[in-house]
Design a protein around this ligand. Structure first.
Ligand SMILES: Cc1cc2nc3c(=O)[nH]c(=O)nc-3n(C[C@H](O)[C@H](O)[C@H](O)COP(=O)(O)O)c2cc1C
Length: 131
């Protein structure tokens, strides 16, 4: 199965989750700000992660999703971190669905920085949906 992980992280929390999910899924975790972040070939599963900032998503994640060619994505799976609200999960899901992408209901979530146990959960999540 071909998988990809894309994320945006300001302070490193979502990055830790992204890297653990990517370990489980057997692919690289690529920030949306990376010059190679654009999808250039079809993937079966695309993991997309971001955090909540002032009850919204970072502009860079929104712009990356808005530019995404939905035809390249078999299914998207969302992950997120935040202090308290899981609204970011819904915002990412809605943005992906607007690109015509089918989005898995289940998602991975961590409160702020995922500790070692939570990173293991993230890795298992990556294996479950990506490997
Ligand atoms: C400027 C800023 C605004 C935030 N606003 C919210 C918020 O509205 N609701 C919430 O639950 N967490 C909020 N948080 C907490 C972050 O979502 C949380 O720390 C997250 O894990 C940060 O992810 P990152 O390290 O990948 O950037 C905010 C954090 C920052 C720095």
């Amino acid at each position: 199965m071909k998988t990809a992980v894309r994320y945006f992280s300001r302070t490193g929390n979502t990055k830790l989750a992204a890297e653990a999910i990517a370990r489980g899924a057997g692919c690289a975790a690529v920030p949306v700000t990376d010059e190679h972040a654009a999808l250039t070939e079809p993937v079966d599963v695309l993991f997309v992660g971001g955090a909540l900032y002032a009850y919204g998503l970072d502009r860079r994640l929104k712009e990356w999703i808005a530019a995404l060619d939905g035809r390249l994505v078999g299914r998207a799976v969302v992950f997120s971190t935040s202090w308290i609200s899981r609204h970011s999960v819904d915002l990412i899901k809605v943005a992906l669905a607007a690109r015509g992408i089918s989005v898995e209901t289940d998602y991975f979530y961590a409160k702020n920085r995922p500790d070692e146990n939570k990173q293991k959960d993230a890795e298992a999540f990556g294996r479950r949906y990506g490997a």
